[in-house]
Design a protein around this ligand. Structure first.
Ligand code: PLP
Length: 384
């Protein structure tokens, strides 16, 4: 059976060049990067090369990059670290459509005495700058707004949010896990103080990411232990993963503009194909300000899980907007936040593609989807 992967936002394969970069650190270069002998120095060289590659990708200085175990840890560290170090207070402003790594951390912080404002978004999933300004209080320690949404792909006006944060003397964090490698990012031009990255979303290995922390911004540790990562993120450095991460981010950011345009053209071909062959369908997320590889559809009279399973039977891997797979019957908080009724949110499908997605795969998807939708609608009690 044909196998077509259209779930790049969930994770990506490790590129062969990335794997080659990692292998020596599993073999001959096995020293502890913190040891002063030659074995350690060789490992440290690889670690620092990786750090400088990550820094370069976002316009940061090497010493502002701290390796973590991934996007989740980076998000947790950013929120907890800033709030606990802040002299302003314990108020956080975030949005209703953040990833759970942010939302669930905020919920826990509320139990621990923080106050959190969850900004609503418009029908496209964009945060209102006016609502942001109005939410700012004298005790606001942190604004945390994601760069691009993992479900609907909407890209936020990050530079303007950063400007508002800095005009008010507030630290600004962005979860850029879905954006790095697709959107041009410059932490200085965009007034970003902290930024979360995850390697496995950009053809790097799973289990490693980074938190960018602008020099001079007060952030307490999340973990305590040894002196690694300049004492701020202890634990023996994972040199193989770091080497892979560094190579992956370098490759992802090469000719970024060109690659993003080519990816967006493929995305738009899928969009046009779906819209012209299927009725009662809507595109979720911003029509223009969206990730080049993301599409999110809602099909009336369709149950998302049934759609996913039918696609899977045809070898097509995608994702749904509902959280049924995680044992909850609630539809996605993101789709509800953009104003979709529950039943529409339940009939959603996320398609995320990458540079490697071929025209042939797109044709296959566009040929297989309409009969599946027709069959599911014919079976649905809602269409009778
Ligand atoms: N933030 C966003 C926007 C994500 O999409 C994800 C992963 O899906 C994460 C954070 C968590 O990243 P990780 O899987 O590296 O923990």
């Amino acid at each position: 059976m044909k196998k077509v992967y259209m779930d790049y936002a969930a994770t990506t394969f490790v590129k062969p060049e990335v794997l080659s970069e990692m292998l020596p650190y599993f073999g001959s270069i096995y020293g502890n990067a913190h040891s002063i002998h030659s074995f350690g120095r060789e490992a440290a060289k690889g670690l620092e090369l990786a750090r400088s590659r990550v820094a370069k990708a976002i316009g940061a200085q090497d010493r502002e990059i701290f390796f973590t175990s991934g996007g989740t840890e980076s998000d947790n560290w950013a929120l907890r670290g800033v709030v606990s170090a802040s002299k302003r207070g314990k108020h956080i402003i975030t949005s209703q459509i953040e990833h759970h790594a942010i939302l669930h951390t905020c919920k826990q912080l509320e139990k621990e005495g923080c106050e959190v404002t969850y900004l609503p978004v418009d029908k496209y999933g964009t945060v209102s700058l006016d609502a942001l300004r109005q939410a700012i209080r004298p005790d606001t320690a942190l604004i945390s707004i994601m760069f691009a949404n993992n479900e609907i792909g909407t890209v936020q006006p990050i530079a303007q949010i950063g400007k508002i944060a800095h005009e008010n003397g507030i630290v600004f964090h962005t979860d850029a896990v879905q954006a790095v490698g697709h959107e041009p990012i410059d932490v200085n031009a965009m007034n970003i103080d902290l930024l979360s990255i995850s390697a496995h979303k950009l053809h790097g290995p799973k289990g490693i990411g980074a938190l960018y922390i602008r020099k001079g911004v007060r952030v307490n540790n999340l973990l305590y232990g040894g002196a690694q990562e300049r004492g701020r993120r202890p634990g023996t450095d994972d040199t193989p993963l770091a080497a892979g991460f560094g190579k992956a981010i370098e490759l992802a950011c090469e000719n970024l503009e060109e690659k993003s345009m080519a990816l967006a053209a493929k995305r738009d071909r899928i969009l046009n194909g779906v819209m012209s062959s299927i009725s009662n369908v809507r595109l979720n997320g911003h029509p223009v300000n969206r990730l080049p590889g993301n599409l999110n559809f809602s099909f009336d009279y369709i149950e998302g899980e049934a759609l996913l399973l039918s696609l899977d039977l045809k070898g097509i891997a995608a994702s749904s907007g509902s959280a049924c797979t995680s044992g909850s019957l609630d539809p996605s908080h993101v789709l509800l936040a953009i104003g979709l009724p529950h039943e529409t949110a339940h009939g959603s499908l996320r398609i995320t593609i990458g540079d490697e997605t071929t025209d042939e795969e797109i044709d296959y998807f566009l040929a297989e989807l309409p009969p599946i939708i027709k069959r599911l609608r014919d079976m649905s009690p809602l269409t009778r």
